[in-house]
Ligand binder design. Sequence first.
Ligand code: PMP
Length: 285
Amino acid sequence: RIAYVNGQYVRHPEAAVHVEDRGFQFADGVYEVCEVRQGMIVDLTRHLNRLDRSLRELKMASPMSRAALTFVIREVLRRNRVRNGIFYLQVTRGAARRDHYFPAPDTPPTITITAKSTDPSVAAKKYANGIKVITVPENRWDRVDIKTVGLLPNVLAKQQAKEQGAQDAIFVDRNGIVMEGASSNVWIVTPEGELVTRPAEHGILKGITRTTLMDVAATLDLKVAEREFKIEEMMAAREVFFTSATGICVPIVEIDGKPIANGHPGTVSASIRDAFFDIAEKTPI
Ligand code: PMP
């Protein structure tokens, strides 16, 4: 495998950043993960728009122009022969002697890009069986709308899920309001057949898959409501599912040990998933 590190393509085992990198020391960095399917990058424009926003919110400089970045992303995918998989892109505020204040303005940002192929049968199994999740108390800072690499609460939540025999976790705030998954957004289908997801202005990451799913729902004539919902409403839903770039639309069949509906994946999430790739933006590698 090949990785891109600060202007160079290097062998993956040797790919490294400095010990004084601010991403390593302070989680002072942002990232994006984008899906690649059938040789097409899915929703690249929206992912790069969100990267720009994350950088802006943290007052970090853009590491390179969008044209250059797109070129490098495609090159990393080509060099790794990815046709189905993902790329991971990370930008940090660079390497400098450890000090909380921003480093000198001429400090170059660190940019790394990796890519890997994924096995479509793994996703297929998730779609067919659905996944089990647990709920955990929301304990994150209030700027999770920025896609930073500071993911410790998410890491602990996912590990807790694994140790309890589930695959993932959903953050729920102290009032019982459902926030989002540890690496995904949460949707429900109400008993009346309405698709609901919470507003994404703050308190959660505004997922790209979430945004594109709204385009998909419109073409399928499905009604979408952006409103908050509580854990009780989620437990009584006809369907519950996650959206994320890596999973697209993953049915949740059990939450905290209790089945959702009849405990099997629903038809709404399946039809959305089937239409998703047709509607999403596709950029050839
Ligand atoms: N919320 C969180 C906390 C995430 O980490 C992710 C995945 N990066 C998402 C939501 C889903 O975002 P997207 O659809 O852009 O992958």
